[in-house]
Design a protein around this ligand. Structure first.
Ligand code: MG
Length: 372
């Protein structure tokens, strides 16, 4: 039973190219499956989340992060009686537009584009992937996803200005996205905030003492679990505390979103869309805790000197390859070379680089920039 304000698949605005209904999967289940079967989805396996493979094979990459976010999103959407199929599809697609090398790669690609008066944005890139670059079907380009999935790709994590982005007008930029899409931005945060504490600790870039001192919510739970498992190995005590942090974030997102929906008198999907603010949110207290975790990770992990060398290398690879193909477009693969005759060269080079895995771009760098 779905809530009155959930998205109902029967009332979808549909696909760009109408298709007959499937006998045993609804349209959002089909969209979820189309995302899973996309080449861009498989490439997430070799895209950095925070740590490159140099550290360990145990750490998250962008694919395992995505699967974790999908798991959290299904739980939260289910507890709120939202459309779980749509929420899951949105979670699985949410990082599809990320370039190689995590945020360092994204930053370098955006900087290279800005030199040509353009920019790189991973949500807009994800939309281009599903609308254009994925070619699986003879009847149309792209994955022909439903409106609600494409809308969620654009609107889940930020608001685009309607005047600056006339090309996105069909996505109702003056309205809030459905709750299924609003959730994904927060489940994404729950996913990476807890996972990055875990991987950072396993990588020995963060110590237990440091986390206990810097993350009050973790410290509270650690004090609680230590006397319950006094003889357990430190890592398992750590896990028990982190599990409780995780549950607190997820539980609060559910109960607080539910309360906000009630307080605002929301009954229909139109109410969600026309409400002046997003309704999916943590409570004030947990929002503060979320910020503390995030700030701690920025300061102690993402910008730690231990990761600085890798990030500099990543930026250098992206920047130099971009410059190389701008000077030597004939060295692009045939398909992109042809595309450059119709579209601006920086955009074509950017699209090519953004699609690459970490492994592939390193190979290209060695070939074209190091002459190996
Ligand atoms: Mg993500």
């Amino acid at each position: 039973m779905l809530a009155g304000y959930a998205v109902q698949v029967e009332r979808s605005r549909g696909r760009r190219f109408p298709e007959p209904l499937h006998p045993y999967r609804n349209d959002y289940q089909r969209d979820r499956d189309r995302v899973i079967h996309a080449r861009a989805f498989r490439r997430l396996e070799d895209k950095t989340q925070v740590f490159t493979r140099r550290y360990s094979d145990h750490f998250r990459n962008r694919l395992t992060h995505t699967i974790e976010v999908a798991q959290i999103t299904r739980t939260v959407a289910g507890a709120l009686d939202l459309n779980v199929d749509l929420a899951e599809a949105l979670a699985l697609v949410h990082d599809l537009g990320h370039p190689p090398f995590g945020h360092a790669g994204e930053k370098a690609l955006d900087a290279a584009m800005r030199e040509h008066g353009l920019f790189f944005d991973h949500n807009l890139h994800a939309l281009r992937i599903v609308e254009d670059f994925e070619q699986r079907y003879a009847a149309f380009r792209g994955l022909n996803l439903t409106f609600e999935v494409r809308e969620g790709i654009i609107k889940h994590s930020r608001d685009y200005d309607a005047e600056q982005h006339p090309e996105l007008a069909e996505y109702l930029l003056n309205q809030r996205p459905p709750l299924e899409a609003q959730l994904v931005d927060l489940t994404d945060e729950i996913g990476y905030n807890t996972a990055d504490l875990d991987d950072g600790y396993e990588a020995r870039l963060l110590t237990l003492e440091q986390i206990r001192a810097g993350v009050p919510v973790f410290e509270r739970f650690f004090r609680h679990v230590e006397p319950i498992y006094p003889d357990a190995p430190e890592k398992l005590q750590f896990n028990e505390a982190l599990k409780r942090v995780f549950n607190r974030l997820v539980g609060d997102l559910i109960t607080n979103t539910q309360a906000r929906v009630m307080q605002a008198g929301i009954e229909t999907l139109a109410d969600v869309r026309l409400h002046p603010k997003r309704l999916a949110a943590f409570s004030g207290e947990v929002e503060d805790e979320r910020k503390q975790i995030k700030d701690f990770l920025y300061y102690n992990l993402y910008y730690s000197p231990s990761l600085a060398g890798e990030k500099d290398d990543a930026e250098c690879v992206v920047t130099e390859l971009f410059a190389f193909w701008m000077k030597n477009p004939s060295a692009l693969p045939h398909y992109y070379h042809e595309k450059a005759e119709r579209e601006s060269l920086p955009r074509v080079v950017c699209d090519y680089i953004a699609g690459m895995t970490d492994h592939f771009i390193i190979g290209q760098y060695e070939k074209y920039c190091l002459g190996k």
